[in-house]
Design a binder for this molecule. Structure first.
Ligand code: B4P
Length: 196
């Protein structure tokens, strides 16, 4: 298996690039943001709970998202690998993910971390907010709260994988095509190594 984490602050293009990467490399896409939004639209108890955090720009509690990932991993047999998008977002989630994968005799091969300036992040999210209908994109105060959560809780996830020498930084500004090419050239090298 080849398992990768696409990492970066809110609006760095994780969702955008993931769609292309899963098509090219036939990986199973696990986006906790998408999974949570699906729970919200179906008005499940989990979704109703998550919404109270997401609408304010806060992270959803670790046990909720880890439970969702655990379930998704168990229900995805025979895949070439996983692309984790927006997960893990805290050091605890990273530890839990490592444990879940080691129980399946696999691991994270690489974390590709998108680097984008804060000014550009805000610009992108405000623009998406004009059409997406997403409460968390619709208001600059909420967007700034999401970026603050990233610095407070999520940036540490990169440190976790840096210790294992698994982080590759990728410039996340430019056209979507250019960024996709940068990501693919890293993946093509790493796939030959498969360092689990
Ligand atoms: P997510 O759904 O993960 O979304 P995101 O971080 O907002 O965006 P992403 O980086 O995927 O950006 P995208 O490609 O869409 O999280 C939403 C919320 O869910 C979180 O705030 C949190 O509350 C909760 N949550 C999710 N996972 C969680 C977890 N593990 N633990 C706890 N809580 C969790 O791009 C953004 C915009 O930029 C788009 O409009 C796109 O078109 C545009 N864009 C992309 N690339 C561009 C480029 N190169 N140039 C110009 N624009 C570009």
């Amino acid at each position: 298996m080849f398992n990768l984490i696409l990492f970066g602050p809110p609006g760095s293009g994780k969702g955008t690039q993931s769609e292309r990467l899963i098509a090219k490399y036939h990986l199973k896409h696990l986006s906790t943001g998408d999974l949570l939004r699906s729970e919200i639209s179906r008005k499940t108890p989990l979704g109703l709970k998550a919404k109270t955090f997401m609408d304010k720009g806060f992270l959803v509690p670790d046990d909720v998202v880890v439970g969702m990932i655990d379930y998704a991993l168990d229900n995805s047999p025979d895949v070439a690998g996983f692309l984790f998008d927006g997960f893990p977002r805290t050091a605890i989630q990273a530890e839990e993910l490592d444990e879940l994968l080691s129980g399946k005799e696999t691991c994270i091969n690489v974390m590709l971390a998108l680097e984008v300036s804060e000014e550009e992040l805000i610009k992108r999210l405000v623009k998406r907010g004009q059409t997406s209908g997403r409460v968390d994109d619709g208001n600059e105060i909420v967007i700034k709260a999401r970026i603050k959560e990233y610095h407070l809780k999520t940036a540490a996830v990169a440190d976790h994988y840096k210790k294992a020498n698994k982080v590759v930084m990728v410039k996340g500004e430019g056209t979507v095509d250019d960024i996709f090419e940068r990501l693919c050239s890293e993946i093509d090298i790493l796939m030959k190594e498969k360092n689990c």
